[in-house]
Ligand binder design. Structure first.
Ligand code: C5J
Length: 233
């Protein structure tokens, strides 16, 4: 059985690596670019750019190895029927969900600003989940889609660490998935919150799961991929 070094202890991969999915949470213009939802809430959105190159490398490897990939988008219907007023009103931002901004309506499905950034845009065949909440399992078909493919292990990446990534990881953990957060492929507007999240995930023997770097994962999967190539498996 393959494994790689992680905290609080080594993470074992499933016997069939096709049961391992890369989950990329909300890498949308709304969170990473000026004029989107994150900016409207007063955040420095430029902080999130740092994870794009390592995440792109991980995504490219998953594509090359034909392993499952899940993208999520936080978004709402144009009529806001799936947006609780409590969410719309929260924060006193300069623009609210549904308001017209420089990239179209804030956090609305189909608007230019709601798209996944071009560097990480989904390809046909990859799972794309649109979600109205912070967690990717709430009010979405994610669990069904994972079950249909026999996926049991999730590598969690994306933004923001302590909001949508952590919420999704906790939801997945409660549903029995073996979850690992990829340290250099997740980011927060608040560096201390990112650090605290990584620590709380792996505390108490991995109460929510594991953490490691993309380099550890890439090294292990590349070795597996070259064995496959060598034996034409
Ligand atoms: C937030 C997210 N931060 N994707 N959403 O509101 O983390």
């Amino acid at each position: 059985m393959l494994s790689f070094s992680a905290q609080p202890y080594d993470y074992s991969l499933p016997a069939d690596l096709h049961q391992l999915a890369l989950v990329i949470i909300d890498m949308q213009r709304d969170f990473l670019e000026p004029g989107g939802f994150g900016d409207a809430l007063g955040n420095d959105v430029s902080r999130l750019q740092a994870i794009v190159p390592p995440l792109k490398r991980l995504l490219t490897l998953f594509r090359a190895l034909r392993l499952p990939i899940v993208h999520t988008l936080e978004c709402h219907q144009p009529d806001l029927s799936d947006c609780p007023m409590s969410k719309r009103d929260r924060g006193n931002g300069k623009l609210k969900i549904g308001d017209e901004g420089p990239m179209g309506r804030i956090l609305i499905l189909g608007e230019p600003g709601n798209a996944i950034i071009p560097e990480l845009a989904p390809l046909p065949g990859e799972i794309v989940i649109t979600k109205p909440g912070k967690g990717a399992f709430y009010a979405t078909p994610l669990q069904l889609q994972l079950q249909e493919r026999g996926i049991t292990h999730l590598l969690l990446t994306g933004v923001t660490t302590e909001v949508c990534v952590q919420t999704t990881m906790r939801e997945a953990n409660d549903r029995g998935y073996e979850c690992l957060m990829v340290e250099d492929c997740t980011e927060s507007y608040f560096p201390d919150f990112k650090q605290a999240t990584l620590e709380m995930v792996r505390a108490q023997g991995g109460i929510v799961g594991w953490t490691t770097t993309s380099a550890q994962i890439i090294c292990t999967l590349e070795t597996w991929g070259s064995v496959l190539d060598q034996w034409k498996l």
